[in-house]
Design a protein around this ligand. Structure first.
Ligand code: GDP
Length: 529
């Protein structure tokens, strides 16, 4: 296949949702439809019994949270699908953000009984800022739902995105019998299969067929017909350009656990979504069909598997063709590197990858010099934009519990910093020698302590610090002047890249400082980003 043909069949996306909306279940069903049958089931299995996979997966198991992201690649209906998994817990939103920089579209799963929840909203905002197409799956239609038209309204009023229902449920809860495909003008009636392990059986009908009316209770049938009529009169039109720019979301209804509506979602998503798009690198836009290979690191993970204590950099390919053993430039150091240990990762399985194209994700083992956001390319004039960091909201000093473990403690911390698990600050003028950790949420501290202990044999102790706000300072400001006017309780510090930041104990303290220093500009993202 030619380079353009390879690009045209690739779809790279992530599923975003509030915890418990059904992301894991939907992922599993996608794999089932993608023919990765032996692996469908392994996703929920991973969630339930992450036995002996890796040490931090043990932590995930204990806490019932997903800390890590995996990449699932499968073929479906001529498409090469890359599904990037994102951690659901809000404390790992920075990690999620990085994954979202590597996708071309997202599927947003909403629990139709609950509507839009806090984490959905946060993740949605991130996607919108990046202008990626967003497809919506209203899940759990087999249970009592909120008013269906009201759910569409919520998308508009809470998220501010227009909604186009591609299909519409016929009945909800116990009465959920099928969906009407508004584009093909066909009814799909579902047959429940035991446990939802196989593909759901379905029969196709016209809306006016007697079978459709008979399948539903009279009141459910009447409601569905009324709703469909309302949509025809008052609903938005399907507009592909608006979907591509993230201003209109195609909405699909179904029940992931029962396999209802999953195939319609997958088919619709793959055909309406976009192949890899050009990507910004400074003032330049790099086309996926540019013959020079380029990609960027969006995630680094060490010690994923206790059997290979190694470090993997996950690279999203953005242009050209990757081939194993190729020599590329790591633009951040200017060094030429050979990408020989390249893997495709399916969950925790590794397979050597010989070639990859825009949209694919490859894992490169080794290379301690690679950092988050770094560019690898055959054309060193391509430098992808830095991935922004999040402003931390919780701070703590970390102490090594024993001086005999101090070296391991430092080595472990250095590795975790490189992976971007957490941020570390150096407080100016402080007599304290312990590192100050800065996190978006407290579970990040727990991950650091857990990994220090299990991977490096270093016990540690945390000591909370009372700041709650961090802001980056315009580096052109006079540090001396800023230091002289800091209110009590505030501090000046340097981040890992030695950029100045200010730490405040409260909004009030920050407001006071800003009133005293009208010319100072503070930013919640690094100023160069
Ligand atoms: P995640 O936290 O978003 O990954 O959610 P899960 O996929 O783990 O699902 C959370 C719970 O909702 C699990 O108990 C699922 O079995 C259940 N669930 C998922 N989809 C459906 C659905 O369509 N209907 C019903 N009734 N339950 C579902």
């Amino acid at each position: 296949m030619s380079l353009t043909d390879e690009i045209a069949v690739r779809r790279t996306f992530a599923i975003i949702s509030h915890p418990d909306a059904g992301k894991t279940t939907l992922t599993e069903k996608f794999l089932l439809y993608g023919g990765a049958l032996q692996l469908a089931g392994s996703v929920t299995a991973r969630k339930n019994q992450r036995a002996a996979t890796s040490d931090w997966m043990e932590l995930e198991r204990k806490r019932g949270i997903s800390v890590s992201s995996t990449v699932l690649q499968f073929d479906y209906d001529g498409f090469k699908v890359n599904l990037l998994d994102t951690p659901g817990h809000k404390d790992f939103s920075e990690d999620t953000y990085r994954v979202l920089t590597a996708v071309d579209a997202v599927v947003m799963v909403i629990d139709a009984g609950k509507g839009i929840e806090s984490q959905t909203r946060k993740l949605f905002e991130i996607c919108r800022r990046r202008g990626v197409p967003i497809f919506t799956f209203m899940n759990k239609i087999d249970r009592p739902t909120k008013d269906l038209l009201g759910l569409l309204d919520e998308l508009e009023s809470v998220l501010g995105i227009k909604a186009y229902p591609v299909n519409w449920p016929l009945g909800t809860g116990q009465d959920f019998k099928g969906v009407y495909d508004r584009q093909a003008k066909k009814v799909h009636l579902f047959e429940r299969s035991a446990g939802g392990t196989g593909r759901a059986g379905l029969t196709m009908h016209e809306l006016t067929d007697a079978e459709v009316e008979e399948a539903l209770s009279p009141s459910a049938y009447a409601t569905s017909m009324d709703e469909l009529e309302m949509l025809e009169i008052a609903g938005a039109e399907y507009d592909n350009a608006a979907v591509m720019s993230g201003n209109l979301t195609p909405v699909y209804f179904g029940s992931a656990v029962n396999n209802f509506g999953v195939q319609l979602l997958l088919d619709g998503f793959l055909s309406h979504s976009t192949p890899p798009r050009p990507r910004n690198a400074g003032s330049r836009s790099v086309d996926p069909a540019d013959p020079a290979f380029s990609g960027f690191v969006f995630k680094i993970q060490a010690n994923m598997d206790p059997r290979h204590r190694d470090r993997i950099a996950f690279i999203r390919v953005c242009s050209g063709k990757f081939s194993r053993e190729m020599g590329v430039t790591h633009v951040q150091t200017g060094k030429r590197v050979r990408l020989n240990s390249s893997h495709k990762l399916f969950g925790r399985e590794r397979e050597t990858v010989d070639e990859a194209y825009a949209g694919d994700v490859i894992g490169i083992v080794g290379h301690a010099e690679f950092g988050i956001g770094d560019t690898l390319t055959e054309d060193p004039s391509i430098v992808y934009n830095e991935i922004p960091r999040f402003p931390p909201e919780v701070f703590a000093y970390i102490h090594s519990s024993s001086s005999s473990q101090y070296k391991r403690f430092r080595d472990g911390l250095d590795q975790l910093m490189q992976e971007g698990v957490i941020q570390m600050l150096e407080v100016k003028g402080s007599v304290r020698r312990e590192p100050l950790l800065a996190a978006v949420g407290p579970l990040q501290f727990e991950v650091v302590q857990y990994r220090l202990q299990s991977e490096y044999g270093a016990e540690s102790r945390l000591e909370g610090a009372s700041w709650s706000i961090m802001r980056w300072v315009d580096p052109s400001m006079s540090i001396e002047q800023i230091e002289a006017t800091l209110p009590t309780g505030a501090a000046l510090a340097l981040d890992t890249r030695k950029q100045p930041v200010l730490l405040f104990p409260s909004e009030w303290a920050m407001g006071y400082f800003l009133r005293q220093n009208k010319d100072v500009i503070l930013s919640d993202v690094p100023v160069d980003a």
